[in-house]
Design a protein around this ligand. Structure first.
Ligand code: ZN
Length: 413
């Protein structure tokens, strides 16, 4: 699947130091500094292409874009892989409702998503992989689980034994009751008769009447959600066999902590014996005017609609950066209006001949980002610089600040 256009990141001058990047690791429940490396392998779970791209998506991909920008600004390489769950129940249901094929629906939403990511200046993944195009890999991964003796059949569907991994549950920190409840809410089937453990995960669904299927050694069918990401990540991020962990960063929204990321990690360990990700990073949920933003409430705010109504994509970035990435955010019109005013003011200040000193604000923005991506702190430093510039302070280089803010925060006008 082709990605979207690459983004040029101006290099910052060598005199700027980059402290190690610390991030909140869901597994350890601590803010931890990433090990200094020359190559980071980052996997971010992509969309199921039937409702692209709402603000919750934008907030998630913005967060990992900021991590990507920071690590690249330090001179490291970031191998970034993202998937598209382009075959799944919700896609089939929506396509049937709308009277189009699931392929047409997926294609239209993937195109929309690419356009939105381009507008939002999100660095594209090196490998943007659809499950359908990766079906051979996924079948291989399921076969490895089967050979490891971790699967069993319920009727003609194949399930993974979650308790085959002694570390099952360690990334999500939930009680058995909480796991059961959330599993049922997020696509799991804890009450299906014949399962050995209610939390066991479907890895291969045999082909149903009127639904698509792909050939496999366990019969025609399609994969469960979790094994897809595990298979794509393990193939495209080339785990280092000498490392305890297969990849460096697993990312996604906090609604993916369980069951999705727990299951992918557990299945990955069953395949290669390594722990999956060194750091699990999760982003908060976006609400609207005091309510949860959700498909069922019908109150999703779409990036493309905002842009069509005249909102600049950079204002959307700014508004989303006003919160800590891990916190939930209640979106409202005044937040966006304030962001638009801030962006206009920034552009006016960066266009001045004389501006307040810029080295100090660049250093302060880098410092803020290094502390668990404190974007709100970074924006406050930029506001203080605008105050000083408007008060007549001089001695800075507007062009250098503009380039640095673009590299670090994607704030090119
Ligand atoms: Zn995933």
């Amino acid at each position: 699947m082709h990605s979207w256009p690459e983004i040029y990141l101006p290099k910052l001058a060598d005199r700027f130091d980059f402290p190690g990047l610390s991030l909140f690791n869901t597994e350890t429940q601590k803010i931890e500094e990433l090990e200094k490396k020359t190559l980071y392998r980052m996997y971010v779970c992509g969309i199921t292409p039937y409702d692209a791209t709402h603000l919750g998506h934008a907030a998630t991909y913005l967060t990992f874009d900021l991590i990507n920008r920071y690590l690249r600004a330090t001179g490291a390489r970031v191998d970034f892989v993202e998937n598209i769950t382009d075959i799944d129940d919700p896609l089939l249901e929506r396509a049937a409702r709308d009277g189009i094929t699931w392929q047409e629906l997926a294609q239209s939403q993937i195109d929309l998503f690419r356009g939105d990511m381009t507008d939002l200046r999100i660095i594209p993944p090196k490998n943007y992989i659809g499950v359908v195009e990766a079906m051979d890999l996924v079948v291989d991964a399921v076969e490895k689980l089967r050979q490891a003796g971790t699967t069993y059949l319920v009727d003609s569907d194949l399930y993974f034994t979650v308790r085959s991994d002694s570390e099952f549950g360690e990334r999500s920190h939930l009680s058995q009751d909480e796991m059961l409840k959330i599993f049922a809410e997020r696509g799991g089937d804890p009450t299906r008769i014949g399962k050995r453990d209610p939390l066991d995960a479907l890895v291969w669904l045999s082909q149903r009447e009127g639904e698509p299927g792909w050939p496999s050694p366990f019969g025609a069918g399609r994969p469960g959600w979790h094994i897809e990401c595990c298979a794509i990540a393990l193939h495209y991020l080339t785990p280092d066999a000498g490392d305890t962990y297969a990849i460096d960063i697993q990312g996604g929204g906090s609604d993916l902590i369980f069951p999705h990321h727990e299951m992918s990690a557990t299945q990955s360990r069953a395949i290669n014996g390594q722990r999956f990700a060194r750091t699990y990073v999760h982003t908060g949920m976006i609400g609207l005017d005091g309510e949860k933003m959700s498909k069922s409430l019908g109150n999703l705010v779409f990036v493309s609609k905002l842009i069509q109504s005249g909102v600049s994509p950079v204002s959307i970035r700014w508004a989303l950066m006003e919160r800590a990435y891990g916190a939930d955010l209640m979106w409202n019109d005044s937040l966006l209006a304030q962001a638009e005013r801030d962006i206009q003011r920034l552009q006016l200040n960066l266009a001045r001949m004389e501006v307040a000193p810029t080295d100090s604000v660049i250093t302060a923005v880098i410092e803020s980002l290094s502390h668990n991506l404190d974007t709100a702190g970074a924006l406050n430093h930029i506001r203080a610089w605008m105050d000083a510039t408007e008060a007549g302070a001089t001695g800075g280089e507007a062009g250098e600040l503009s380039r640095a803010l673009d590299t670090l925060l994607g704030l090119a006008p």
